[in-house]
Ligand binder design. Structure first.
Ligand SMILES: [Zn+2]
Length: 118
């Protein structure tokens, strides 16, 4: 059976977040490694309701860098794409600066999509 290990420190932060948002429902995201929680992100309940929640932010992208290129996703990126519906940002470094490009996995083919920096 799948389990989650929640360190006391994160457990406390979640409880605090729930208390702070009373009487509304609180919500957030937990990231970690394996089944061990490492970070907690409080997300605003967009409904501000005591009975329902709807996170007003969603996971939009996952980024990583290719310090020595290429600027596009690698075969490994495709093989290890555990979140195919999430936009991938890849930063590659030319001789002087970083450039970030955005990709979407469409049926196991990465399509570059517009990335607006503003
Ligand atoms: Zn990569």
């Amino acid at each position: 059976m799948k389990s989650l290990i929640l360190p006391v420190s994160i457990h406390s932060k979640i409880i605090s977040n729930m208390e702070r948002h009373l009487p509304e429902e609180a919500c957030g995201l937990i990231t970690g490694k394996g089944n061990l929680a490492r970070h907690h992100f409080s997300i605003t309940n967009g409904l501000h309701s005591p009975y329902r929640f709807q996170m007003d932010q969603i996971l939009l992208g996952i980024y990583h860098s290719h310090p020595k290129g290429p600027e596009n996703p690698s075969l490994t990126d495709l093989e290890e794409d555990y979140y195919p519906d999430v936009i991938k940002l890849i930063g590659s470094k030319s001789s002087i600066q970083w450039e970030i490009k955005a990709y979407l996995n469409i049926n196991s083919v990465y399509l570059q999509i517009p990335l607006v920096i503003k």
